[in-house]
Write a protein that binds this ligand. Structure first.
Ligand code: NDP
Length: 434
């Protein structure tokens, strides 16, 4: 805390991991001697940089960009870019730190990184977005490359932004290195199912958790917060598996549709028209709109898939979910549940799928995109989806196994932290003090 003052989110992420790892260190004194923990919590490298750009009125604006290259033991740094006004060093470090373990859990050779800018995409014109992305990449290009560091999208960064950044990278480097970014458009190196991967993966994970108790997603009453990339495809897969999704949100509020969310309407509003979720009620007058988005958790449901942002479920929301009969909480977003909320879920026997396991499908398919780029070949949607499903099943079973082996049977928080950690720690040991 002294070394990283004012980095509350980073402390929260480190605390959660360290707490889980205690039994590992009891069994592996070699990790203590090798200073694995001290090295893990210190990023290999972190840069912050000025991003100047010109708005449509001709005024120069300045934002701050970041990239943290946290750990490369398991492969090139890999992790998304977030454009949101709340972005700061603490947020980028918590996301980068989590990414190390998540990426390791996928079983694919990718290290941990993250980046972004305190830039607000809301209300910006397409040309402003392009100029911002170009300026951002004009600095970022120095630090990344297909074998070094491979960014992707996150909040506020979708295929359009990745396209502008890729174009600028290609222009500066005079090299068509498709593998430098993932989440690209399908016409120039993107992978089928990448867009769907995080949301689909979270629901595949939920299905595995329920299956272990003899249950399934079919017929479940579900709430998915957010209405962005992760949320839309979590809703899609949940509906495909026969669930009844009744609510979703954006930062201005949430909608409750007792007839079940009409996903075509949400896609039109969010992916095409870039409108607010409140407009849903114009098309479906029987649905209700409420302004406080965190109150979405007061609606009774059996499965909750928080897919908007960090700490969106606090202790109060967790208690509401428990009172409403929730059976499973599966994290589509990164760190959406506070530490108090997680304790409440675990103490009340709610099945809990932590982010680094449940939302790893996105980065897993990003790694599959890198593999396809290297081969200069593209798999079909069915092939990628089948690999995604298998990866999510493996993450579930490896996490359950680690939880069992280290004395916390059934606890996926502990299990996923340990399973993700062990591989990275072994590699760090093998590669010496670097
Ligand atoms: P998007 O930008 O596509 O969507 C984010 C959604 O969450 C929007 O509906 C947004 O509402 C809402 N939201 C964002 N910030 C806040 C906030 N501070 N308060 C309330 N609502 C908010 O992002 P993604 O769907 O890509 O990402 C969502 C989460 O999933 C993030 O935690 C991200 O790190 C995580 N994630 C994403 C992956 C991916 O592949 N995209 C992979 C793994 C994790 P509004 O539009 O009003 O801001």
């Amino acid at each position: 805390i002294k070394r990283n003052p004012n980095e509350e989110e980073f402390h929260q992420a480190v605390y959660e991991i360290l707490f889980s790892l205690a039994p590992v260190f009891d069994q592996h004194p070699e990790f203590i001697k090798a200073g694995i923990l001290e090295r893990l919590v210190e990023p290999e490298r972190m840069v912050s940089f000025r991003v100047p750009w010109v708005d449509d009125q001709g005024k120069v604006r300045v934002n701050r960009g970041y990239r943290v290259q946290f750990n490369s033991a398991n492969g090139p740094y890999k992790g998304g870019l977030r454009f949101h006004p709340t972005v700061n060093a603490s947020i980028i470090k918590f996301l980068g730190f989590e990414q190390i373990f998540k990426n390791s859990l996928t079983g694919l050779p990718i290290g941990g990184g993250k980046g972004g800018a305190d830039f607000d995409p809301k209300g910006k014109s397409d040309m402003e977005m392009m100029r911002f992305c170009q300026s951002f990449m004009t600095e970022l290009y120095r630090f990344i490359g297909p074998d070094t560091d491979v960014p992707a999208g996150d909040i506020g960064v979708g295929a359009a932004e990745i396209g502008y950044m890729f174009g600028q990278y290609k222009r500066i480097r005079n090299a068509n290195e498709a593998g430098v970014l993932t989440g690209k458009g399908l016409d120039y190196g993107g992978s089928l199912i990448r867009k769907e991967a995080t949301g689909y993966g979270a629901v595949y994970f939920a299905e595995e958790m329920l299956k272990a108790t003899g249950d399934s997603m079919e017929g479940k009453r579900v709430i998915v917060s957010g209405s962005g990339n992760v949320s839309i495809y979590a809703i899609e897969k949940a509906q495909q598996l026969g669930a009844h999704v009744v609510a979703c949100s954006d930062s201005s509020g949430y909608i409750y549709d007792p007839n079940g969310i009409n996903l075509d309407t949400v896609k039109q509003l969010k992916e095409v028209d870039r409108k607010r979720i409140s407009d849903y009620t114009l098309v479906h007058p029987e649905a209700e709109f409420h302004v406080n988005f965190t109150d979405i958790w007061s609606i009774p449901c059996e499965v909750a898939i928080p897919s908007a942002t960090q700490n969106e479920i606090d202790a109060k929301a967790a208690k509401q979910l428990i009172a409403g009969g929730v059976k499973a909480v599966v994290e589509g977003a990164n760190m959406p549940s506070s530490l108090e909320a997680i304790d409440l879920f675990l103490d009340n026997n709610v099945l809990f799928g932590p982010a680094k396991a449940a939302n790893a499908g996105g980065v897993a398919v990003s790694a599959l995109e890198m593999a396809q780029n290297s081969m200069r070949f593209a798999w079909t949607a069915e092939e990628v989806d089948a690999r995604l499903l298998q990866i999510m099943k493996n993450i579930y079973s490896e996490s359950m196994k680690a939880a069992e082996n280290y004395g916390s049977p059934g606890n996926l928080v502990v299990g996923s932290n340990i399973a993700g950690f062990l591989k990275v720690a072994r590699i760090m040991l093998a590669q010496g003090v670097i």
